[in-house]
Design a protein around this ligand. Structure first.
Ligand SMILES: NC(=O)C1=CN([C@@H]2O[C@H](COP(=O)(O)OP(=O)(O)OC[C@H]3O[C@@H](n4cnc5c(N)ncnc54)[C@H](OP(=O)(O)O)[C@@H]3O)[C@@H](O)[C@H]2O)C=CC1
Ligand SMILES: O=C(O)CCC(=O)C(=O)O
Length: 424
């Protein structure tokens, strides 16, 4: 297949190579032809923008930003904005493609999109990050909007970033348009429950997968890689549900305690120091060793590609529940499958965030706000129903959970194309 607009010569471990391999697998299972394959593999629209920054010290730096709308057949583009030093166009394309399948799997009226800026936010002041965010937003303005493409936080961005995007967009339009972003502060149109939604969804998905094997969450040991917005709340919810969280990490390193970490004390340590490293209630562990710990459930909740052919061979967990997007490479996936390890895939396991983003968008469009119990209940229903559907297809068709989820998502998107008359 020749795919225009995206590199097919990406290194075997790149997120885009992984995303393309996953799509190819779904296309083969579904028996779709090469024309449809090429269309589903190719982003509908992309923009690359230059972002000059006047630094606080008066010097100037230039950054590059991207927004990719992978698919918009089921509705507007939807997906996060990432600030990280490794952001490149192919990574954003992969992340946008995963958003398309994810939104379709949990049956949201959205396509898939993603954005990124190649910047390490740890090295810039809040005022500098605000200027970068506003310039990025101004540059991509023609592509976004509540009916076109709706942004949310991802790695290196947060609710403050979404407030700046929303304000920049609104000021340019001349009136307040809260529905252009989700994951905003609750005080200005954000939804209750969005900040914790991805993590709650991860725990719902883990609980459902364990239940399929007759295992209770209270009887498992969990390791979580990544202690940001997804990993930190997931750690808390696993512990609150009675699981024993025995290891966590961030990009500086990790901490383990075989009898279980004291999670409230760990959260207090991170609030005080900004890292899990140095927590007195455990021993140091590095990120690679964490993946190989003797646990029941492993939750990669940091970056892509950490479970490759080599590291997957060291995993001792029975379940890998993907909080991060794309943590497992194609080769890593095969190794895990060969070893009988159940992978609850990212496009299902971490969909809780976009589900509550959808709730936030609906609330903003109606200017009517739901209660937290309403949101939590609807999130749980959506996650469990989506998991049940994926598990059913997996059993009925003899597919891995990833292939089952992919075929559901890809099929729904292909059907939208066919019904709208865009294909054939
Ligand atoms: N936020 C959301 O709602 C959603 C996020 N996701 C995905 O979840 C993952 C995490 O996102 P999020 O929590 O929002 O991002 P954050 O920026 O809040 O946190 C990222 C975490 O990963 C750690 N990290 C970064 N690089 C590495 C590394 N090389 N090894 C180990 N840890 C590392 C960071 O460490 P440090 O704290 O030291 O910087 C931080 O703890 C991403 O894959 C994202 O796409 C998926 C769905 C929704
Ligand atoms: O909440 C959203 O809109 C998207 C979150 C996101 O970027 C993701 O699910 O990967």
């Amino acid at each position: 297949m020749t795919v225009t607009g995206s590199s097919t010569t990406t290194a075997a471990r790149s997120p885009l190579a992984t995303a393309h391999a996953q799509l190819s697998s779904a296309i083969e299972i579904l028996g779709y032809d090469e024309g449809l394959h090429a269309m589903l593999a190719t982003p509908r629209r992309e923009i690359t923008v230059a972002i000059p920054l006047r630094r606080d010290d008066g010097s100037t730096e230039l950054f590059t930003g991207y927004r990719v709308q992978h698919n918009i057949s089921r509705g507007p583009g939807k997906g996060g904005l990432r600030f990280a030093p490794g952001v490149d166009p192919d990574e954003v394309r992969a992340l946008a493609m995963w958003m398309t399948w994810k939104c379709a799997i949990v049956d949201l009226p959205y396509g898939g999109a993603k954005g990124g800026v190649t910047i390490d936010p740890r090295h810039y002041s809040a005022a500098e990050l605000e200027r970068v965010t506003r310039r990025y937003t101004s540059e991509i303005m023609p592509m976004i909007g509540p009916e076109r493409d709706i942004m949310a936080p991802d790695i290196g961005t947060d609710e403050q970033t979404m407030a700046w995007v929303m304000d920049t967009y609104s000021v340019n339009k001349g009136y307040t348009i809260p529905a252009v972003t989700t994951g905003k502060p609750v005080a200005m149109g954000g939804s209750l429950g969005r900040a914790t939604a991805t993590s709650r969804g991860v725990v719902h998905a883990a609980r459902a997968a364990l239940a399929d094997a007759g295992v209770d969450l209270r009887d498992v040991r969990v390791a979580v890689q990544g202690f940001g917005k997804v990993g930190s709340h997931a750690t808390r919810f696993f512990a609150e549900a009675g699981a024993r969280v025995v290891a966590v990490s961030d990009q500086y390193g990790g901490v383990q305690a075989p009898d279980g970490l004291d999670v409230p004390a760990l959260l207090a340590h991170v609030a005080a120091t900004g890292t899990v490293v140095g927590f007195g209630g455990g021993d140091p562990i590095d990120n690679t060793a964490l993946l190989a710990l003797d646990v029941d459930v492993l939750v990669p909740a940091a970056v892509e590609g950490v479970l490759d052919e080599e590291t997957a061979a060291t995993v001792k967990a029975r379940w890998v529940v993907e909080g991060a997007n794309g943590p497992t490479t194609e080769a890593g996936d095969q190794v895990l499958a060969d070893r009988g390890i159940v992978v609850v895939p990212d496009i299902l396991a971490n969909a809780g965030g976009v589900v509550v983003s959808y709730f936030e968008w609906v609330q903003a469009n109606q200017a009517y706000w739901w209660t937290e119990p309403e949101i939590e209940e609807r999130l749980e229903q959506r996650m469990l129903a989506s998991y049940a559907n994926v598990a059913h297809v997996s059993r009925a068709e003899g597919l891995s959970l990833r292939d089952a989820a992919l075929t559901i998502g890809v099929k729904r998107v292909a059907e939208a194309h066919q019904i709208r008359g865009l294909y054939p």
